[in-house]
Ligand binder design. Structure first.
Ligand SMILES: [Mg+2]
Length: 331
């Protein structure tokens, strides 16, 4: 059955209405959503495209994972500011031939993550796509006035820290690119159970909302960004905005083990592989940073310098570190 817009909207509305409505004065069904920003807070707004063939592939990603990752990107941006999500808006352009059950599974993945982080689907739009699937997400969050953690606050001498492990998401992409062509006929959408289980960092990344909030509340971080483009690129953003340089230590960078401690991913993937959605932050020299916050390991991987360039300390000295984040699925 081809998708019909009215039914699609009704379906989305049904799914959205059953979820918590904190912060929503008026949700889907009026010309605009009316949101309640807690008093003494400022609104955070972020927007992210998810395009078939660029950010996901239907022969690689189960619909639940696509929905999850789509929202995770926006939630991760809210986390990177030290904020908390309130609502999100979803605009979907779908090919006419796409089965309704794909949309249901996509929404299930998205709403499960939304519920976990108490974010309400408060509106959106739908259209028929002449080509692939396109999902555009807007996430609205809040942060106490003047307390958002910006990219511009890093100072020479600050330590550089990363949450979790890096490279796991890129390792999954590498694995799928290397694997046999598993493209299935349009009839049965692939479950890809094996890979989703082995590579949770890629299929179901966990936005670090709680960690970001604690870093903000305890005033631990001077600057912060989420690692959506890859460590080398995201650190360059902090350095650029702060007008500083950095020195990383190769041996300190926590590399994802993708389910097997004896086979950590290559350093290159940890440095440049994107879509890990960890938090990269700086903290003043001498500030005690716990080894674990909100259940997530925190590792110091280097320090901020006044040199206006980024270097990587390896066995035989320093080498310049170029920003070259992971290029999605371009082959
Ligand atoms: Mg970001």
């Amino acid at each position: 059955m081809p998708l019909r817009e009215k039914e699609l909207i009704a379906g989305l509305r049904r799914m959205a209405a059953s979820k918590p409505r904190r912060g929503i004065a008026t949700g889907i069904g009026d010309d605009c959503a009316v949101l309640q920003i807690p008093s003494g807070h400022e609104a955070l707004i972020t927007t992210d495209f998810s395009l078939e063939g660029v950010h996901f592939r239907c022969d690689w990603h189960p619909p639940e994972s696509i929905g999850h990752r789509c929202l995770a990107r926006g939630l991760s941006d809210i986390a990177a500011m030290g904020g908390e999500p309130i609502a999100f808006f979803l605009s979907l352009a779908l090919p006419r031939a796409l089965p309704q059950f794909w949309v249901n599974r996509f929404m299930r993945g998205m709403l499960k993550l939304a519920e976990k982080h108490r974010a309400t689907l408060a509106g959106g739009d739908t259209a028929e796509s002449p080509g692939g699937i396109l999902a555009d997400i807007v996430v609205v969050g809040s942060v106490p006035k003047g307390k958002a953690i910006l990219r511009s606050g890093a100072r020479p001498g600050d330590g550089i820290y990363i949450s979790g492990q890096l490279g796991g998401s890129a390792a999954a992409v590498q694995r799928m690119q290397a694997g046999p062509d598993r493209k299935l006929s349009g009839k049965k959408l692939p479950g890809k159970k094996l890979e989703t289980r082995l590579y949770p960092d890629h299929f179901y990344p966990e936005p670090r909302i709680k960690l970001g909030k604690i870093l903000r509340e305890k005033r631990l971080a001077t600057a912060m960004i989420d690692t959506s483009d890859g460590l080398s690129t995201d650190l360059a953003h902090i350095c650029e905005e702060s007008g500083v340089g950095a020195e990383l230590e190769a041996t300190l960078i926590p590399r994802s083990s993708v389910g097997n401690p004896s086979r950590a991913v290559e350093l290159e993937l940890a440095l440049h592989g994107g879509e890990d959605y960890e938090l990269l932050f700086t903290a003043p020299k001498g500030k005690r940073i716990p080894a674990q916050i909100a259940g997530t390991p925190i590792t110091q991987i280097g320090r901020i310098t006044d040199q206006k360039a980024i270097y990587l300390k390896v066995e035989n000295g320093l080498r310049p570190l170029k920003a070259r984040g992971w290029e999605h699925f371009r082959n």
